[in-house]
Design a protein around this ligand. Structure first.
Ligand code: C2E
Ligand code: CA
Ligand code: CA
Ligand code: CA
Length: 279
């Protein structure tokens, strides 16, 4: 056993080994977690240039029986690897549809949009368009309130398939945001071909906006690029008034971040209060 341990250490240091074990454990807990409804939607507000609430982004959390709340960074990659992202994505889309349907019947909330993160494997599934269409039908929602957040890297995996699916979804009224914009390959040539509605400035450029001229340049460039392409632009990760004011000076049209509210589960969400605060 000693010999084995020594050999093992040559290939796996303890931290790597812990990560592998963690990964295997999460992967095997995931199926049951999906069956038991342990993946809970959280909602983070999005506001317009005037500070008025316009909608939310759905961010999933795993309420794991023994481990407590697990952040998506710790399980989305696992789910993408083992294919469970397909079932998780289905649940997330259905939760989004159900939530939009509820807001539809509440006074003052019927125009709220809901942004949903889509993973590469989900988008490139053969029946993805049908899946989204069924959610829209089942919950009788206004499709234009559903915004799918995609990333450059997943679109570039298969540009033609992406464009085809986006076009078919757009016919239904679905809208699209390009997430994490500026962090990927940023091939500007295909940007014009994609039926996008919104560019999302990644929080990595917002964080040091006031101290790092490089990040400030990127943020400013994304805002003007969006304008040039006739797209909306939203900044994520806005934590302070100063960041917001700086982005506003560039002409940014919408904001999301702890400054406006953290992601919270539906029981902790009071959209009516948020609407009144902004007005
Ligand atoms: P993302 O889509 O880029 O989401 C933004 C992340 O920034 C979220 O992390 C959000 O909680 C966090 N955030 C929001 N405001 C602030 C702020 O002011 N400051 C800071 N420092 N962070 C802020 P979260 O919720 O941990 O999600 C991480 C990533 O996991 C997401 O990045 C998204 O790529 C993925 N994800 C989340 N939910 C889903 C889902 O339902 N499906 C899929 N496929 N991916 C998801
Ligand atoms: Ca997102
Ligand atoms: Ca991001
Ligand atoms: Ca992301």
């Amino acid at each position: 056993a000693k010999q084995e341990a020594r050999n093992g250490r040559r290939f796996f240091n303890p931290r790597m080994q812990a990560r592998v074990l963690e990964y295997v454990a999460l992967a095997s807990d995931m199926r049951k977690g999906l069956e038991d409804g342990e993946f809970i939607p959280y909602y983070q507000p999005q506001v317009d240039a005037a500070g008025k609430l316009v909608g939310f982004e759905l961010l999933i959390r795993w309420h794991h029986g023994r481990r407590g709340i697990i952040a998506p960074a710790d399980f989305i990659p696992v789910a993408e690897d083992n294919g469970q992202i397909i079932e998780l994505g289905r649940q997330v889309l259905d939760a989004a549809g159900a939530q939009l349907a509820r807001w539809r019947h509440q006074p003052g909330l019927k125009d709220l949009t809901l942004a949903v993160n889509i993973s590469a494997r989900q988008l490139h599934q053969a029946d993805f368009v049908d899946q989204v269409g069924q959610v829209i039908q089942r919950h009788r929602i206004d499709a234009s309130l559903l915004k799918l957040e995609l990333t450059e890297s997943m679109l570039l995996e298969d540009v033609d398939d992406s464009i085809d699916k986006m076009m078919r979804l757009r016919v239904l009224g679905v809208r699209f945001a390009l997430d994490d914009f500026g962090t990927g390959y940023s091939s500007l040539s295909y940007l014009k071909r994609l039926p996008l509605d919104q560019l999302k400035i990644d929080k990595s450029f917002v964080r040091d906006l006031l101290t790092d001229p490089y990040d400030a340049d990127i943020a400013r460039t994304i805002v003007s690029l969006a304008r040039g392409l006739g797209l909306e632009v939203i900044a994520e990760g806005v934590e302070t008034r100063e960041q917001r004011d700086c982005l506003a000076s560039y002409g940014c049209g919408a904001y999301q971040g702890y400054f406006y509210g953290r992601p919270v589960p539906i029981e902790q969400l009071d959209p009516v209060a948020l609407l009144n605060r902004g007005a």
